[in-house]
Unconditional design. Structure first.
Length: 466
Protein backbone atom coordinates (compact mmCIF):
# COMPACT_ATOMS: atom_id res chain seq x y z
CA UNK A 1 0.00 0.00 0.00
CA UNK A 2 1.43 3.38 -0.99
CA UNK A 3 1.85 6.11 1.59
CA UNK A 4 -0.38 9.19 1.61
CA UNK A 5 0.86 12.52 0.34
CA UNK A 6 -0.20 15.25 2.76
CA UNK A 7 0.23 17.99 0.20
CA UNK A 8 -2.63 16.68 -1.87
CA UNK A 9 -5.01 16.87 1.07
CA UNK A 10 -3.58 20.11 2.33
CA UNK A 11 -4.29 21.93 -0.88
CA UNK A 12 -7.86 20.67 -0.96
CA UNK A 13 -8.66 21.92 2.49
CA UNK A 14 -7.61 25.47 1.63
CA UNK A 15 -9.59 25.73 -1.59
CA UNK A 16 -13.27 26.31 -0.87
CA UNK A 17 -13.87 27.18 -4.49
CA UNK A 18 -12.45 23.95 -5.78
CA UNK A 19 -12.52 23.17 -9.44
CA UNK A 20 -14.76 20.27 -8.57
CA UNK A 21 -17.66 22.71 -8.43
CA UNK A 22 -16.89 25.48 -10.96
CA UNK A 23 -20.52 26.09 -11.95
CA UNK A 24 -21.92 26.56 -8.42
CA UNK A 25 -22.32 29.81 -6.48
CA UNK A 26 -21.91 30.47 -2.73
CA UNK A 27 -25.30 32.00 -1.95
CA UNK A 28 -26.84 29.97 0.90
CA UNK A 29 -26.84 31.72 4.29
CA UNK A 30 -26.71 30.18 7.78
CA UNK A 31 -30.47 30.64 8.21
CA UNK A 32 -31.19 29.04 4.86
CA UNK A 33 -28.72 26.19 5.50
CA UNK A 34 -30.36 25.43 8.85
CA UNK A 35 -33.78 25.47 7.18
CA UNK A 36 -32.60 23.05 4.49
CA UNK A 37 -31.28 20.65 7.15
CA UNK A 38 -34.38 20.80 9.33
CA UNK A 39 -36.93 20.34 6.57
CA UNK A 40 -35.13 17.19 5.45
CA UNK A 41 -34.94 15.87 9.01
CA UNK A 42 -38.61 16.56 9.79
CA UNK A 43 -40.07 14.76 6.83
CA UNK A 44 -42.91 12.27 6.85
CA UNK A 45 -40.78 9.96 9.03
CA UNK A 46 -41.83 11.06 12.55
CA UNK A 47 -45.55 11.07 11.65
CA UNK A 48 -45.32 7.42 10.67
CA UNK A 49 -42.58 6.23 13.02
CA UNK A 50 -43.69 7.80 16.33
CA UNK A 51 -46.96 5.79 16.49
CA UNK A 52 -45.12 2.60 15.50
CA UNK A 53 -42.54 3.01 18.27
CA UNK A 54 -45.28 3.76 20.82
CA UNK A 55 -47.06 0.56 19.83
CA UNK A 56 -43.85 -1.49 20.02
CA UNK A 57 -42.47 -0.26 23.36
CA UNK A 58 -45.51 0.88 25.33
CA UNK A 59 -45.71 3.53 28.06
CA UNK A 60 -42.57 5.44 28.95
CA UNK A 61 -40.03 3.43 27.01
CA UNK A 62 -41.00 4.88 23.62
CA UNK A 63 -38.94 7.98 24.47
CA UNK A 64 -35.68 6.01 24.77
CA UNK A 65 -35.10 5.47 21.02
CA UNK A 66 -35.62 9.19 20.36
CA UNK A 67 -33.11 10.16 23.02
CA UNK A 68 -30.66 7.59 21.63
CA UNK A 69 -31.18 8.89 18.12
CA UNK A 70 -30.50 12.47 19.24
CA UNK A 71 -27.27 11.37 20.93
CA UNK A 72 -26.07 9.47 17.85
CA UNK A 73 -26.92 12.41 15.59
CA UNK A 74 -25.05 14.80 17.92
CA UNK A 75 -21.93 12.60 17.96
CA UNK A 76 -21.97 12.02 14.22
CA UNK A 77 -22.73 15.70 13.63
CA UNK A 78 -19.36 16.58 15.16
CA UNK A 79 -17.64 14.41 12.55
CA UNK A 80 -19.61 15.99 9.72
CA UNK A 81 -18.86 19.45 11.15
CA UNK A 82 -15.10 18.91 11.11
CA UNK A 83 -15.13 17.49 7.61
CA UNK A 84 -17.65 19.97 6.23
CA UNK A 85 -15.71 22.97 7.52
CA UNK A 86 -12.40 21.59 6.21
CA UNK A 87 -13.74 20.52 2.78
CA UNK A 88 -16.68 22.80 1.87
CA UNK A 89 -17.26 21.35 -1.59
CA UNK A 90 -20.18 19.94 -3.54
CA UNK A 91 -20.83 16.29 -2.80
CA UNK A 92 -20.34 16.06 0.96
CA UNK A 93 -19.32 12.53 1.85
CA UNK A 94 -17.82 11.96 -1.59
CA UNK A 95 -15.35 14.80 -0.97
CA UNK A 96 -14.61 13.66 2.58
CA UNK A 97 -13.92 10.06 1.59
CA UNK A 98 -11.76 11.17 -1.33
CA UNK A 99 -9.68 13.43 0.92
CA UNK A 100 -9.30 10.75 3.60
CA UNK A 101 -8.61 7.70 1.42
CA UNK A 102 -7.75 9.04 -2.04
CA UNK A 103 -4.03 9.33 -1.39
CA UNK A 104 -3.72 5.55 -0.92
CA UNK A 105 -3.34 3.23 -3.91
CA UNK A 106 -6.73 1.63 -3.13
CA UNK A 107 -8.35 4.83 -1.86
CA UNK A 108 -10.40 5.68 -4.94
CA UNK A 109 -12.63 2.74 -4.09
CA UNK A 110 -14.22 4.44 -1.03
CA UNK A 111 -15.57 7.58 -2.74
CA UNK A 112 -16.73 5.45 -5.67
CA UNK A 113 -18.64 3.14 -3.31
CA UNK A 114 -20.37 6.14 -1.76
CA UNK A 115 -21.52 7.45 -5.15
CA UNK A 116 -22.50 3.91 -6.16
CA UNK A 117 -24.69 3.60 -3.07
CA UNK A 118 -26.06 7.11 -3.45
CA UNK A 119 -27.46 6.26 -6.87
CA UNK A 120 -29.65 3.66 -5.11
CA UNK A 121 -30.19 4.85 -1.55
CA UNK A 122 -30.90 8.53 -2.39
CA UNK A 123 -33.84 7.58 -4.65
CA UNK A 124 -34.96 5.17 -1.93
CA UNK A 125 -35.01 8.02 0.60
CA UNK A 126 -36.93 10.17 -1.86
CA UNK A 127 -39.35 7.33 -2.54
CA UNK A 128 -39.99 6.86 1.19
CA UNK A 129 -40.96 10.54 1.47
CA UNK A 130 -43.28 10.42 -1.53
CA UNK A 131 -44.87 7.14 -0.40
CA UNK A 132 -45.44 8.62 3.06
CA UNK A 133 -47.00 11.67 1.40
CA UNK A 134 -49.47 9.46 -0.46
CA UNK A 135 -50.20 7.46 2.69
CA UNK A 136 -51.29 10.53 4.66
CA UNK A 137 -53.22 11.91 1.67
CA UNK A 138 -55.67 9.03 2.23
CA UNK A 139 -57.18 11.06 5.06
CA UNK A 140 -58.29 13.67 2.53
CA UNK A 141 -59.01 11.57 -0.56
CA UNK A 142 -60.31 8.01 -1.08
CA UNK A 143 -57.12 6.70 -2.64
CA UNK A 144 -56.78 3.04 -3.49
CA UNK A 145 -53.52 1.20 -4.00
CA UNK A 146 -52.86 2.52 -7.50
CA UNK A 147 -54.14 5.97 -6.58
CA UNK A 148 -51.48 6.18 -3.87
CA UNK A 149 -48.80 4.97 -6.27
CA UNK A 150 -49.79 7.53 -8.90
CA UNK A 151 -49.75 10.34 -6.33
CA UNK A 152 -46.35 9.35 -4.88
CA UNK A 153 -44.81 9.25 -8.37
CA UNK A 154 -46.41 12.59 -9.27
CA UNK A 155 -44.85 14.25 -6.22
CA UNK A 156 -41.38 13.25 -7.47
CA UNK A 157 -42.14 14.98 -10.77
CA UNK A 158 -43.37 18.15 -9.01
CA UNK A 159 -40.25 18.34 -6.83
CA UNK A 160 -38.00 17.97 -9.88
CA UNK A 161 -39.76 20.84 -11.62
CA UNK A 162 -39.51 23.02 -8.51
CA UNK A 163 -35.76 22.37 -8.23
CA UNK A 164 -35.12 23.53 -11.79
CA UNK A 165 -34.03 27.01 -10.70
CA UNK A 166 -31.07 28.96 -9.32
CA UNK A 167 -29.67 28.24 -5.83
CA UNK A 168 -30.49 31.80 -4.65
CA UNK A 169 -34.18 31.10 -5.29
CA UNK A 170 -33.87 27.62 -3.75
CA UNK A 171 -32.53 29.15 -0.52
CA UNK A 172 -35.53 31.47 -0.26
CA UNK A 173 -38.00 28.67 -1.00
CA UNK A 174 -36.42 26.54 1.75
CA UNK A 175 -37.16 29.22 4.38
CA UNK A 176 -40.85 29.32 3.41
CA UNK A 177 -41.04 25.53 3.51
CA UNK A 178 -39.35 25.59 6.94
CA UNK A 179 -41.99 28.02 8.23
CA UNK A 180 -44.74 25.56 7.30
CA UNK A 181 -42.87 22.71 8.98
CA UNK A 182 -42.50 24.69 12.22
CA UNK A 183 -46.17 25.72 12.19
CA UNK A 184 -47.28 22.09 11.96
CA UNK A 185 -44.94 20.87 14.71
CA UNK A 186 -45.94 23.67 17.08
CA UNK A 187 -49.63 22.97 16.47
CA UNK A 188 -49.26 19.25 17.27
CA UNK A 189 -47.23 20.00 20.39
CA UNK A 190 -49.70 22.67 21.52
CA UNK A 191 -52.58 20.27 20.91
CA UNK A 192 -51.03 17.76 23.27
CA UNK A 193 -50.45 20.48 25.88
CA UNK A 194 -54.13 21.47 25.58
CA UNK A 195 -55.14 17.85 26.06
CA UNK A 196 -52.98 17.64 29.20
CA UNK A 197 -54.65 20.83 30.50
CA UNK A 198 -58.10 19.37 29.94
CA UNK A 199 -57.38 15.95 31.45
CA UNK A 200 -54.92 17.14 34.16
CA UNK A 201 -52.52 14.25 33.53
CA UNK A 202 -49.71 13.12 31.27
CA UNK A 203 -50.55 9.78 29.71
CA UNK A 204 -47.99 7.34 28.36
CA UNK A 205 -45.00 8.53 30.41
CA UNK A 206 -45.25 6.07 33.29
CA UNK A 207 -42.30 3.72 33.04
CA UNK A 208 -42.85 0.04 33.67
CA UNK A 209 -40.21 -2.01 35.48
CA UNK A 210 -39.66 -4.34 32.58
CA UNK A 211 -36.88 -2.69 30.60
CA UNK A 212 -34.57 -5.68 30.96
CA UNK A 213 -37.18 -8.17 29.79
CA UNK A 214 -36.18 -9.88 26.57
CA UNK A 215 -39.37 -8.74 24.85
CA UNK A 216 -38.50 -5.08 25.45
CA UNK A 217 -34.79 -5.37 24.67
CA UNK A 218 -35.54 -7.27 21.46
CA UNK A 219 -37.50 -4.38 19.96
CA UNK A 220 -35.52 -1.47 21.44
CA UNK A 221 -32.78 -1.75 18.81
CA UNK A 222 -35.28 -1.92 15.95
CA UNK A 223 -37.16 1.06 17.37
CA UNK A 224 -33.90 3.03 17.51
CA UNK A 225 -33.34 2.24 13.83
CA UNK A 226 -36.76 3.72 13.07
CA UNK A 227 -36.08 6.80 15.20
CA UNK A 228 -32.67 7.29 13.60
CA UNK A 229 -34.33 7.28 10.17
CA UNK A 230 -36.30 10.33 11.31
CA UNK A 231 -33.11 12.17 12.34
CA UNK A 232 -31.31 11.66 9.02
CA UNK A 233 -30.65 14.87 7.13
CA UNK A 234 -28.73 16.94 9.69
CA UNK A 235 -25.73 16.76 7.32
CA UNK A 236 -27.53 17.84 4.13
CA UNK A 237 -25.73 21.18 4.19
CA UNK A 238 -22.44 19.32 3.57
CA UNK A 239 -23.70 18.13 0.19
CA UNK A 240 -24.18 21.80 -0.70
CA UNK A 241 -20.76 22.81 0.65
CA UNK A 242 -19.78 24.69 -2.51
CA UNK A 243 -22.93 26.82 -2.26
CA UNK A 244 -22.72 27.82 1.44
CA UNK A 245 -21.55 31.29 2.43
CA UNK A 246 -18.73 31.37 5.01
CA UNK A 247 -18.72 27.53 5.17
CA UNK A 248 -16.15 27.14 7.98
CA UNK A 249 -18.61 28.90 10.31
CA UNK A 250 -22.02 28.17 8.82
CA UNK A 251 -21.73 24.43 8.09
CA UNK A 252 -21.00 23.36 11.71
CA UNK A 253 -23.49 25.84 13.18
CA UNK A 254 -26.31 24.85 10.85
CA UNK A 255 -25.89 21.19 11.87
CA UNK A 256 -25.72 21.97 15.59
CA UNK A 257 -28.83 24.16 15.42
CA UNK A 258 -30.67 21.56 13.34
CA UNK A 259 -29.93 18.60 15.61
CA UNK A 260 -30.74 20.47 18.83
CA UNK A 261 -33.93 21.99 17.43
CA UNK A 262 -35.27 18.79 15.88
CA UNK A 263 -34.43 16.65 18.93
CA UNK A 264 -36.43 19.04 21.14
CA UNK A 265 -39.36 19.07 18.71
CA UNK A 266 -39.40 15.26 18.49
CA UNK A 267 -39.42 14.82 22.28
CA UNK A 268 -42.23 17.36 22.70
CA UNK A 269 -44.14 15.78 19.82
CA UNK A 270 -43.83 12.34 21.44
CA UNK A 271 -45.19 13.65 24.74
CA UNK A 272 -48.00 15.41 22.88
CA UNK A 273 -49.04 12.40 20.81
CA UNK A 274 -48.90 10.17 23.90
CA UNK A 275 -52.14 11.87 24.96
CA UNK A 276 -54.08 10.55 21.99
CA UNK A 277 -52.44 7.35 20.76
CA UNK A 278 -53.64 4.43 22.83
CA UNK A 279 -51.69 1.15 23.02
CA UNK A 280 -53.21 -1.45 20.72
CA UNK A 281 -55.25 1.08 18.72
CA UNK A 282 -55.17 0.82 14.95
CA UNK A 283 -54.61 4.08 13.11
CA UNK A 284 -53.79 2.72 9.62
CA UNK A 285 -50.80 5.01 9.33
CA UNK A 286 -52.87 8.15 10.00
CA UNK A 287 -52.28 8.50 13.74
CA UNK A 288 -51.51 12.24 13.77
CA UNK A 289 -54.53 13.16 11.67
CA UNK A 290 -56.76 11.10 13.95
CA UNK A 291 -55.11 12.70 17.01
CA UNK A 292 -55.99 16.20 15.75
CA UNK A 293 -59.49 14.99 14.88
CA UNK A 294 -60.03 13.81 18.45
CA UNK A 295 -58.93 17.19 19.83
CA UNK A 296 -60.40 19.70 17.38
CA UNK A 297 -62.73 17.91 14.98
CA UNK A 298 -62.61 16.68 11.39
CA UNK A 299 -62.24 20.07 9.70
CA UNK A 300 -59.12 20.96 11.69
CA UNK A 301 -57.76 17.44 11.16
CA UNK A 302 -57.95 18.03 7.42
CA UNK A 303 -55.98 21.25 7.83
CA UNK A 304 -53.40 19.39 9.93
CA UNK A 305 -53.14 16.70 7.27
CA UNK A 306 -52.49 19.35 4.62
CA UNK A 307 -49.66 20.69 6.79
CA UNK A 308 -48.24 17.18 7.22
CA UNK A 309 -48.24 16.86 3.44
CA UNK A 310 -46.43 20.20 3.32
CA UNK A 311 -43.76 18.72 5.60
CA UNK A 312 -43.35 15.60 3.45
CA UNK A 313 -43.09 17.77 0.34
CA UNK A 314 -40.53 20.05 2.00
CA UNK A 315 -38.37 17.12 3.10
CA UNK A 316 -38.38 15.66 -0.39
CA UNK A 317 -37.39 19.06 -1.79
CA UNK A 318 -34.42 19.31 0.58
CA UNK A 319 -33.04 15.81 0.14
CA UNK A 320 -33.25 15.88 -3.66
CA UNK A 321 -31.49 19.23 -3.62
CA UNK A 322 -28.59 17.86 -1.55
CA UNK A 323 -28.16 14.44 -3.14
CA UNK A 324 -28.18 15.78 -6.69
CA UNK A 325 -24.77 17.34 -5.94
CA UNK A 326 -23.10 13.99 -5.16
CA UNK A 327 -22.92 12.35 -8.64
CA UNK A 328 -22.15 15.80 -10.06
CA UNK A 329 -19.12 16.26 -7.78
CA UNK A 330 -17.80 12.76 -8.49
CA UNK A 331 -18.23 13.14 -12.24
CA UNK A 332 -16.50 16.55 -12.15
CA UNK A 333 -13.44 14.83 -10.65
CA UNK A 334 -13.52 11.90 -13.08
CA UNK A 335 -14.76 9.35 -10.55
CA UNK A 336 -18.15 8.84 -12.20
CA UNK A 337 -19.77 8.99 -15.64
CA UNK A 338 -18.84 12.34 -17.23
CA UNK A 339 -22.39 13.25 -18.23
CA UNK A 340 -23.25 13.86 -14.57
CA UNK A 341 -20.75 16.75 -14.42
CA UNK A 342 -22.92 18.98 -16.59
CA UNK A 343 -24.64 22.04 -15.09
CA UNK A 344 -27.59 23.97 -16.43
CA UNK A 345 -26.26 26.70 -18.78
CA UNK A 346 -28.27 29.55 -17.21
CA UNK A 347 -29.47 28.35 -13.80
CA UNK A 348 -26.15 26.84 -12.66
CA UNK A 349 -27.19 23.57 -11.01
CA UNK A 350 -26.42 19.90 -11.85
CA UNK A 351 -29.55 19.15 -13.87
CA UNK A 352 -28.43 15.79 -15.30
CA UNK A 353 -27.68 14.45 -11.83
CA UNK A 354 -31.04 15.71 -10.56
CA UNK A 355 -32.95 14.15 -13.45
CA UNK A 356 -31.22 10.77 -13.03
CA UNK A 357 -31.96 10.53 -9.29
CA UNK A 358 -35.53 11.73 -9.86
CA UNK A 359 -36.11 9.05 -12.49
CA UNK A 360 -34.97 6.30 -10.12
CA UNK A 361 -37.03 7.77 -7.26
CA UNK A 362 -40.05 7.77 -9.58
CA UNK A 363 -39.59 4.05 -10.27
CA UNK A 364 -38.95 3.15 -6.60
CA UNK A 365 -42.06 5.03 -5.48
CA UNK A 366 -44.09 2.71 -7.69
CA UNK A 367 -42.38 -0.49 -6.53
CA UNK A 368 -41.97 -0.33 -2.72
CA UNK A 369 -43.78 0.28 0.55
CA UNK A 370 -42.36 2.66 3.15
CA UNK A 371 -41.79 -0.14 5.69
CA UNK A 372 -39.48 -1.86 3.22
CA UNK A 373 -37.13 1.06 2.75
CA UNK A 374 -36.48 2.42 6.28
CA UNK A 375 -34.09 -0.33 7.40
CA UNK A 376 -32.67 -0.76 3.89
CA UNK A 377 -31.72 2.92 3.75
CA UNK A 378 -29.68 2.75 6.95
CA UNK A 379 -28.11 -0.66 6.34
CA UNK A 380 -26.93 0.47 2.92
CA UNK A 381 -25.20 3.62 4.19
CA UNK A 382 -23.66 2.86 7.57
CA UNK A 383 -20.43 1.04 6.69
CA UNK A 384 -19.23 3.23 3.80
CA UNK A 385 -20.67 6.60 4.71
CA UNK A 386 -21.00 7.00 8.47
CA UNK A 387 -18.33 4.60 9.76
CA UNK A 388 -16.13 5.20 6.69
CA UNK A 389 -16.18 8.94 7.35
CA UNK A 390 -15.38 8.54 11.04
CA UNK A 391 -12.35 6.37 10.26
CA UNK A 392 -11.42 8.79 7.48
CA UNK A 393 -11.42 11.75 9.88
CA UNK A 394 -9.13 9.80 12.20
CA UNK A 395 -6.74 9.19 9.28
CA UNK A 396 -6.80 12.88 8.36
CA UNK A 397 -5.99 13.88 11.94
CA UNK A 398 -2.99 11.54 11.90
CA UNK A 399 -1.39 13.21 8.87
CA UNK A 400 -2.61 16.84 9.03
CA UNK A 401 -2.05 19.48 11.68
CA UNK A 402 -4.75 21.38 13.52
CA UNK A 403 -4.73 24.33 11.11
CA UNK A 404 -6.43 22.22 8.46
CA UNK A 405 -9.60 21.94 10.58
CA UNK A 406 -11.41 25.26 11.14
CA UNK A 407 -13.84 23.41 13.44
CA UNK A 408 -12.63 20.91 16.05
CA UNK A 409 -14.85 18.68 18.16
CA UNK A 410 -14.55 18.74 21.94
CA UNK A 411 -12.69 15.83 23.60
CA UNK A 412 -11.43 14.35 20.33
CA UNK A 413 -11.29 11.38 19.63
CA UNK A 414 -13.86 10.17 22.20
CA UNK A 415 -16.97 11.34 20.23
CA UNK A 416 -15.53 9.76 17.08
CA UNK A 417 -15.08 6.31 18.62
CA UNK A 418 -18.46 6.47 20.38
CA UNK A 419 -20.07 7.31 17.04
CA UNK A 420 -18.46 4.28 15.38
CA UNK A 421 -19.75 1.97 18.14
CA UNK A 422 -23.24 3.47 17.92
CA UNK A 423 -23.40 3.03 14.15
CA UNK A 424 -22.25 -0.58 14.42
CA UNK A 425 -25.09 -1.22 16.90
CA UNK A 426 -27.59 0.43 14.53
CA UNK A 427 -26.25 -1.64 11.61
CA UNK A 428 -26.78 -4.90 13.49
CA UNK A 429 -30.22 -3.75 14.69
CA UNK A 430 -31.48 -3.33 11.13
CA UNK A 431 -31.74 -7.14 11.02
CA UNK A 432 -29.64 -9.76 9.34
CA UNK A 433 -31.61 -9.57 6.10
CA UNK A 434 -30.71 -5.90 5.68
CA UNK A 435 -27.17 -6.41 6.97
CA UNK A 436 -26.69 -9.00 4.23
CA UNK A 437 -28.27 -6.75 1.58
CA UNK A 438 -25.94 -3.91 2.62
CA UNK A 439 -22.88 -6.15 2.31
CA UNK A 440 -24.07 -7.41 -1.08
CA UNK A 441 -24.49 -3.83 -2.26
CA UNK A 442 -20.92 -3.03 -1.21
CA UNK A 443 -19.62 -6.20 -2.86
CA UNK A 444 -21.39 -5.34 -6.11
CA UNK A 445 -19.91 -1.84 -5.98
CA UNK A 446 -16.40 -3.25 -5.57
CA UNK A 447 -16.96 -5.47 -8.59
CA UNK A 448 -18.21 -2.60 -10.75
CA UNK A 449 -15.32 -0.39 -9.59
CA UNK A 450 -12.70 -2.79 -10.92
CA UNK A 451 -14.78 -3.73 -13.96
CA UNK A 452 -14.90 -0.16 -15.28
CA UNK A 453 -11.25 0.65 -14.47
CA UNK A 454 -10.20 1.21 -18.13
CA UNK A 455 -12.98 3.79 -18.64
CA UNK A 456 -12.53 5.34 -15.20
CA UNK A 457 -8.87 6.11 -15.88
CA UNK A 458 -9.92 8.03 -19.01
CA UNK A 459 -12.38 10.15 -16.95
CA UNK A 460 -9.82 11.20 -14.34
CA UNK A 461 -8.30 14.65 -14.51
CA UNK A 462 -4.55 14.84 -15.30
CA UNK A 463 -3.63 15.53 -11.66
CA UNK A 464 -5.54 12.42 -10.57
CA UNK A 465 -3.60 10.12 -12.90
CA UNK A 466 -0.20 11.66 -12.21
Amino acid sequence: MSQPHPSSVSSASHQPSSSSSPGLHRAVTLWQATSINMIEMIGIGPFIVIPLIMQQLGPGWFLIPWLAGALIAALDGLIWSELGAAFPLAGGSYQFLKAAYGTYSWGRLMPFLFVWQTMVQAPLVAASASIGFAQYARYLFPLGFWGQKLLSASIIVCITILLFRRIETIGKISVWLWAGVMLTMIWIIAGGAWSIHIHHSVQGLHFRNNFWQASIMAVMGHATVQAMYSYLGYYNVCHLGAEIKNPARNIPRSMQFSIAGVALLYLLMNISLAQGIQPGAQHNGLAVSIFIEQLFGTSWAKVATLLILWIAFSSLFSLMLGYSRVPYAAASDGYFFPIFSKTHPTRHFPHISLLALSALAFIFSLLFRIEQVISAILAMRILVQFIGQAVGLWLLHRRLDRSHFPFRMIAYPIPLFLSILAWLAIFISTGWKFVLSGLIMIGAGVGVFYLITPWRNKWLKPQETA
